[in-house]
Design a protein around this ligand. Structure first.
Ligand code: 11C
Length: 362
């Protein structure tokens, strides 16, 4: 009884969290195969599922599994994802990269929002599934309930993104760089275009012809696909800030129907995967300090828009980049497929209390 699971990129920041979240969500894993590069292969790691020897990836090994999580580069996904997903009785592939997010026939899924797209017309699970970009996923959790009731017409997002978006190397560069600067030493920066400590960088991923970065365009493209609103007006400015692992976003919306902060707060209270944190008088609002290592996204600072009046709202969200932005969302996809009837009890008030990242010194 249980599922067999493989993780490609098991020693990376996201891969480590997938192992942790599989255990925290109580997924019955009868076999766990951890794939990583030759540098890590052969090493033994301690996991909630016992000690596991890191393996080198091969299609043959992955073919025998029920689920394969890809937490590696888009290039790896491009090379192997379709091949794995096409194997008769082979695995369901859940891809964290951006390689297939916009491909027709590949659902881009936040289970609480569009879990229904995980099954094809034949009622069987789609075999290749894309996991969204972290920035998109964190905003979408708070925006979907508002969209369902008030219909968002325009969406303007400004982000404050953590170093973890650039993986363990990004977190290391922030930590080591901060230490170097405090010791009045010169810091090395390779991962980010500029030193990140005591700075912010309005540049994430490559600049596109329209002047936006690819990270910013992902928010536009992915929100449209997940919400099934191909013409939704979405504009984003994405900024890297010296925070370890939670992304925050300031969001302005214009809505088709009149919207009130009071009703928006009610909806945030009820929404799966969202914690309303909105009591400014008690100094309570979403912050990375509290959103880190937590399953739910925090939403708050809800107020009527000055620009759009009763047809608009401002809010602020913070969510763990590695969890809702990556590992948790991916594991929830597996959970939804295994247990579609229990999908209603997804993540409400759940907290990531035990964390492999700490063991790995991240
Ligand atoms: C970042 N959002 O914060 C990026 C990382 O499309 O999955 C995730 C990139 C992606 O740098």
């Amino acid at each position: 009884h249980g599922v067999s699971v493989g993780i490609c990129g098991a020693t990376g920041a996201v891969g480590i969290e997938i192992i942790s979240v599989l255990a925290l969500r109580g997924i019955k894993v009868k076999k766990l195969v951890l794939f990583a590069s030759a540098r890590s292969a052969g090493k033994v790691v301690s996991t909630p599922f016992g000690e596991i020897v890191i393996d080198l990836f091969s299609v043959d090994k992955a073919a025998k599994l029920d689920y394969v999580f890809l937490a590696v580069s888009g290039e790896f996904s491009l090379n192997y994802a379709r091949e794995l997903a096409a194997i008769p009785n082979g695995p369901v592939v859940i891809d964290n990269s951006s390689a297939f997010r916009y491909a027709d026939g590949v659902p881009l899924v936040i289970p609480e929002i569009n879990g229904h797209t995980l099954k094809g017309a034949d009622g069987k699970p789609v075999r290749l599934i894309a996991n969204p970009n972290c920035t998109t996923a964190i905003a979408a959790m708070a925006l979907w309930p508002l969209h369902c009731e008030f219909k968002i017409k325009k969406l303007i997002v400004s982000t404050y993104q953590a170093a973890s978006g650039a993986g363990a190397e990004g977190m290391d560069e922030l930590k080591n760089g901060s230490q170097a600067i405090l010791n009045e030493q010169k810091m090395e920066h390779k991962v980010f275009a500029h030193p990140l400590p005591f700075n912010l960088i309005p540049h994430i991923d490559k600049f596109q012809e329209n002047g936006f970065t690819k990270e910013e365009m992902k928010v536009t493209w992915e929100t449209r696909k997940i919400f099934e609103e191909p013409d939704l007006a979405v504009s984003c400015t994405a900024v890297r800030v010296p925070i370890m692992r939670a992304h925050s976003e300031a969001i302005s919306i214009e809505t088709a129907r009149p919207i009130s902060p009071a009703r928006a707060r009610e909806l945030m209270e009820e929404a799966e995967g969202v914690d309303l944190v909105d009591n400014p008088e008690a100094l309570q609002y979403p912050m990375p300090l509290h959103a880190s290592k937590k399953f739910n996204v925090e939403a708050g600072r809800i107020r009527q828009s000055i620009i759009f009046g009763e047809h608009g709202l401002e809010l602020f969200v913070s969510g763990d980049q590695l969890l809702r932005g990556a590992a948790l969302n991916a594991v929830l996809i597996c959970e939804w497929l295994e247990n579609p009837d229990k999908k209603a009890q997804f993540t409400k008030k759940a907290t990531c209390s035990w964390n492999l990242c700490e063991g790995a010194g991240l």
